[in-house]
Design a protein around this ligand. Structure first.
Ligand SMILES: Cc1cc2nc3c(=O)[nH]c(=O)nc-3n(C[C@H](O)[C@H](O)[C@H](O)COP(=O)(O)O)c2cc1C
Length: 275
């Protein structure tokens, strides 16, 4: 029962040590106590899901709950007739940063029984949109916009959010969002099912022309966003949202620094049945 749940207490993001600070090249997952516990899960066995045999709904549920957590792209778009639309699209089902040069993001709009999302239609019509990152304090406002309203109904009034001016695109940005991207349509790709011939999804690639960042979420160097301040909302499977937990930093190794030692150690020639 929802009423039995403890009250929301928000994210408490802080940096901790990494899970296995002593890890070094070649160590197996079983080199730590928590790694051993994790591997013990294998005793439960495995289940295979074959895309050629399962119904699409089975894959929907597996993919949306397995590829987690996902940020949510809150998209503002406008139709040729001037209807201003707002809708959430989970990022990485399938929307994400495709490349930073040129900066391109993607959002993926389902086509259900031949009917496209208004967002996809609007973007195709007017060629621009904004993506607004959602923070904890206004998740209800954003979630309300997932309502299946008819195309001639704009979601702004029910959202309780405030449209703000943009520089490059017709669609307004969400003033309450601390990080908004103005995007120009780069490409709209209809995904056609190879067997049924049905269009199931429109993949929108948007070129980011301009980013609005609220100063209080910028790091002291003002060159990146501080997650503690941004308090982004994440999406898990079904209707579950999440907030950030702890963070830790793990340096990326470089061959320049490590290569000689690795070669001398002999570890590269150890197969151990794992390769
Ligand atoms: C958190 C969240 C994520 C969503 N992600 C997607 C998505 O990736 N693709 C999609 O087609 N619909 C997604 N939806 C559903 C759309 O928001 C919903 O269908 C909305 O009514 C579309 O609005 P529109 O027709 O005005 O564009 C999501 C809904 C929520 C609440």
């Amino acid at each position: 029962m929802e009423s039995d749940l403890p009250p929301y207490h928000g994210s408490h993001f802080k940096h901790t040590t990494p899970p296995v600070p002593s890890w070094s090249f070649g160590d197996g997952v079983d080199s730590s106590e928590q790694g051993k516990k994790w591997l013990a899960g294998e005793e439960s066995g495995w289940t295979g899901f074959d895309a050629s045999k399962e119904a699409p709904g089975v894959f929907y549920k597996l993919l949306t709950s397995g590829i987690v957590p996902r940020p949510v792209a809150f998209v503002s778009s406008v139709s040729e007739a001037g209807i201003k639309n707002l809708a959430p699209f989970r990022w990485v089902r399938w929307s994400f940063l495709v490349t930073h040069n040129p900066p391109i993001i993607s959002i993926s709009c389902n086509v259900i029984a031949g009917k496209s999302k208004d967002t996809a239609l609007n973007i195709k019509e007017t060629k621009g949109f904004t993506v607004n990152i959602i923070s904890e304090s206004w998740i209800h406002n954003a979630n309300a916009c997932s309502i299946d309203a008819p195309p001639d109904v704009g979601e702004w009034p029910i959202s309780g959010l405030t449209p703000a001016d943009t520089v490059h695109v017709k669609a307004p940005r969400v003033k309450e969002s601390a990080f908004s991207m103005e995007c120009e349509l780069f490409q709209a790709i209809d995904i056609v099912h190879p067997e049924t011939g049905e269009t199931t999804t429109t993949l929108i690639l948007g070129r980011v022309k301009y980013i609005h960042v609220r100063n209080d979420v910028l790091t002291d160097k003002r060159d990146a966003v501080n997650p503690t301040q941004l308090r982004p909302i994440l999406r898990l499977g079904d209707i579950t949202y999440a907030v950030l937990g702890d963070g830790f930093r793990v340096p990326r190794p470089s061959w320049k620094d490590e290569g000689e030692g690795l070669q001398a150690s002999g570890i590269l020639s150890v197969h151990d049945g794992k390769l």
